[in-house]
Structures are given as C-alpha cells and as structure tokens.
Write a protein that binds this ligand. Structure first.
Ligand SMILES: Cc1cc2nc3c(=O)[nH]c(=O)nc-3n(C[C@H](O)[C@H](O)[C@H](O)COP(=O)(O)OP(=O)(O)OC[C@H]3O[C@@H](n4cnc5c(N)ncnc54)[C@H](O)[C@@H]3O)c2cc1C
Length: 392
C-alpha cells in the first residue's frame, strides 16, 4: 500500500508531536507513526520541568493551553548539605521560572490536539525501516497495528523516535558518547511534595533529589552504582536513604508508596550532525542528556520548533534554515551537555566517604561556595539552568 506526504514523523514523543502539530498548522502534510499505543504514551511518566522559554514557544504555537491552565511554576531550589538548607533563587537572577507539568500530560495534550482533529497518525506500528534518505524522495515502510504492510513516500523523514528508535542508526558514524560512571534510582512516590521547590541533597552517602510532579506525586532520585538492580532498593531502604541524604531537622520528607522504581545509568550521547540527506533527527534520537539538569524534554521541543520552521522555509523556497538546522540545534545541545557535566561534578564529586578523588571533591566544594557566594556566578548559573541564554 502506498501514500505520499510531505513529512513522515517517526515517533510520537514530545519532539514528534510538537513538530507534527506545527507542520499541520502551517498546512504541511505529515503522518506520524508510533510504535506504542496511544494509551501507553499518554501514561508514560518521565520529565516534569519545562523551561519558561519552551512554555512561551509552545504558547506562541497554540500548544500550551492545558499547561498554562494547570501547571504551577517554580523559580527556586534548595541545596541540602551538612544538615543545612541553602536556598537558591534562579528567578531572582534570570527572571524566569520552570513550569511543573508531567511529561505524560504534555504528550496527552499534544496528541489530542493533533489526532482528535484529523491529524494522520498510526499507533502500534512495527518493523519501521527508513529508505533512500540520501535522495530527495525518501520513504518509510512499516507494519501497521492490523498487520498490513505499509509504505509512505515523502519529502522528509523526521526521526523523533528517541534513544531506542531506528532513525539515529542512519547516522551512527557520528556518535559522540560520555558515561558518568554512576546510576540514579529514579522513583515516583504517591506522596505530596515535601517542599515547594526542587531539593538537591549532596551527601557522603550519595546524591539525592526531590522534585514535585503533582499535588499527590513526587519524583525522587538516589545515586546508586551503575547497573544496580531495583530489587536492591526495597521501600524501607529507599526511605531510609532519602531521609539521610535529603532530610534536615526543619525540612522532613513526606513518605508514600513507591509507584515507579527504575535505575538509570547516567550517560550522554550526541549525534553530530543531526541530519543526513532528507533525514532530520529531533530530540532524544539525536542527543541524550542524563536527567541531571532536567534538559532533555526542553531540547526536544527546541529541535522540533527549529525543524518545523526550516521545513516551512523549504516549501517557501529557502533551504538555508534546513542547511543550518543541525548547527542551530547543536549549539544549545552542547551548552546543556556542558552544564549537566558541571552540575554533575557538584552533585557527585563529594558523595563518597572518603571521596574517590579528594582533589576533585575540593574543586566541587569550591564551585558550590562560589555559586552561593558570588552574585556574578549566581547570575551566570541561573541563565543556563533555566535556559534563558544558551544559544552560543
Ligand atoms: C526519569 C526521567 C526524568 C526526566 N526529567 C526531565 C525533566 O524534568 N526535564 C526535561 O527536560 N527532561 C527530562 N527527562 C528527559 C525527557 O523525558 C526526554 O528527553 C524526552 O522524552 C525526549 O523526547 P523525545 O520526543 O525526543 O523522545 P521520546 O519521549 O523518547 O519519544 C520517542 C517516541 O518514539 C517512539 N518510538 C521509538 N522507536 C520507534 C520506532 N522504531 N518507530 C516508531 N516510533 C518509535 C517511542 O515509543 C516514543 O513514543 C527525563 C527523563 C527521564 C527518564
């Protein structure tokens, strides 16, 4: 079975759905194919912190109504170390905030706006193969949910299929990788937030973090060995470690049932360039940033908006934005990768007792003192933490 569309978008995550909505609004035909069911992607919890510039960009494209109605915003966080609280207001320095909106709610909004108003999308596809991406007439073949073999001929393929997808393997020769050598146990607890902002616990037992998701659900992280098993972290051990690493006398943690428990090995990659012929990668297919600084979803949206504009310019007769697409996106990607590494050093260098590298631990402590003591350092940190200035 054959059909032709302007753009085939592979993957209905934040990158693919933001791109598809904008393309359709611009009158550019597109089809989205997604290997999971709609119910699955609407329930998959991941990110929660969306930077203000990204929310504004969604809003300018008519994609933020649910978010703006429901999401609270935060402009401060707290470091916790040596049994004390060290608040930090990045809004004070950068004038911008995060919006706290679980990723599955954003995906639900975006898929609803696209699919429920006639946007072409196929869920539950298998055997996705990209063809002829070096030509001006690429195609995508796949097996539809009902078992039918399908082929979509198109002008462009947008590879928005994340870290486990097929698109990035067309550019594997250009994969740059980095491994932090640590793991994070990612947890969701059925418990209200214990504080009105993010908590970063720097502790000799290992790093820990607390991040609100909703009034009744909170995300926590615990540093653990890479490759650790979730089975090593029963309820009692999780809460004991969280209390030790994050609790302070005047800021106790509220416990709850653990509804997600997943070990993430902290590693990054960047596919460079993010394009080959008529295949353009967007989001996590092109770059994975460990969730240390909560940047991945924000980068996915950044790519999607630039790719939509570049494809629109192509149909208007200007291929300049498409030619520059990869460089434009990678500028921010590398700023965020560098920032995540910088923050990781603060979070993890002092966290073994004694530290694995005492010299590096002292450097991290000096960095933290400078951040908390120097207005210039605080302003510089805040700009990149909230993504206000990141396109260098
Ligand atoms: C625990 C955790 C917490 C996080 N917290 C934050 C945060 O607070 N802020 C932040 O900015 N980021 C955060 N992130 C990162 C963020 O979740 C990702 O960066 C984001 O999901 C990337 O979006 P994407 O659209 O590029 O990819 P994905 O969301 O991975 O979407 C890709 C889609 O493609 C589909 N797919 C895969 N293969 C195929 C195929 N062959 N054919 C068709 N479809 C396919 C997948 O099913 C998926 O739906 C977090 C991540 C994790 C794991």
């Amino acid at each position: 079975m054959g059909a032709r569309s302007g753009v085939v978008v592979v993957g209905a995550g934040p990158a693919g759905l933001a791109l598809a909505n904008v393309l359709r609004d611009k009158g550019i035909s597109c089809v989205v194919i997604e290997e999971q069911t709609r119910a699955f992607i609407e329930a998959r919890p991941r990110a929660g912190f969306i930077e203000e510039w990204a929310v504004r960009a969604l809003d300018e494209r008519g994609l933020a109504s649910g978010l703006l109605d429901k999401a609270p915003s935060q402009g401060r966080f707290e470091f916790r170390f040596e049994n004390g609280r060290h608040p930090f207001s990045y809004e004070q320095w950068a004038g911008q905030r995060h919006f706290v909106y679980p990723q599955q709610l954003l995906v639900t909004d975006l898929v609803g706006r696209y699919a429920d108003t006639g946007g072409a999308i196929e869920f539950g596809v298998r055997d996705v193969v990209l063809h002829d991406v070096d030509s001006t007439a690429p195609a995508v073949t796949f097996t539809a949910a009902d078992g039918t073999a399908k082929r979509l001929d198109c002008d462009f393929v947008a590879g928005c299929d994340g870290a486990q997808g097929v698109s990035r393997h067309h550019l594997d020769g250009n994969l740059l990788t980095h491994d932090y050598g640590i793991g994070w146990l990612a947890l969701l607890a059925q418990a209200p937030p214990s504080a009105d902002g993010v908590l970063f616990g720097i502790h000799a037992r290992g790093f820990a973090a607390h991040m609100a998701r909703t009034d009744t659900v909170t995300r926590f992280y615990l540093q653990c060995p890479p490759g650790d098993s979730e089975d090593n972290w029963p309820h009692e051990r999780v809460w004991s470690e969280l209390h030790q690493r994050l609790g302070v006398p005047d800021g106790p943690l509220i416990e709850g049932e653990l509804i997600e428990k997943r070990v993430l090995d902290m590693h990054n990659y960047v596919v460079e360039p993010m394009a080959r012929g008529r295949l353009f990668l967007a989001g996590e297919s092109a770059h994975l940033v460990a969730p240390i600084a909560a940047k991945g979803l924000n980068l996915a949206l950044h790519d999607a908006f630039h790719l939509a504009e570049a494809i629109e310019a192509h149909y208007g007769g200007d291929d300049g934005p498409l030619t520059r697409y990869s460089d434009t996106c990678l500028a921010r990607v590398w700023q965020y990768q560098e920032f995540s590494q910088w923050l990781s050093d603060i979070f993890h260098s002092s966290t073994l007792d004694p530290p694995a590298d005492p010299f590096r631990a002292r450097l991290a402590q000096a960095r933290l003192r400078r951040l908390l003591g120097s207005p210039a350092a605080a302003a510089s940190f805040s700009e990149i933490y909230i993504g206000k200035a990141a396109d260098f």
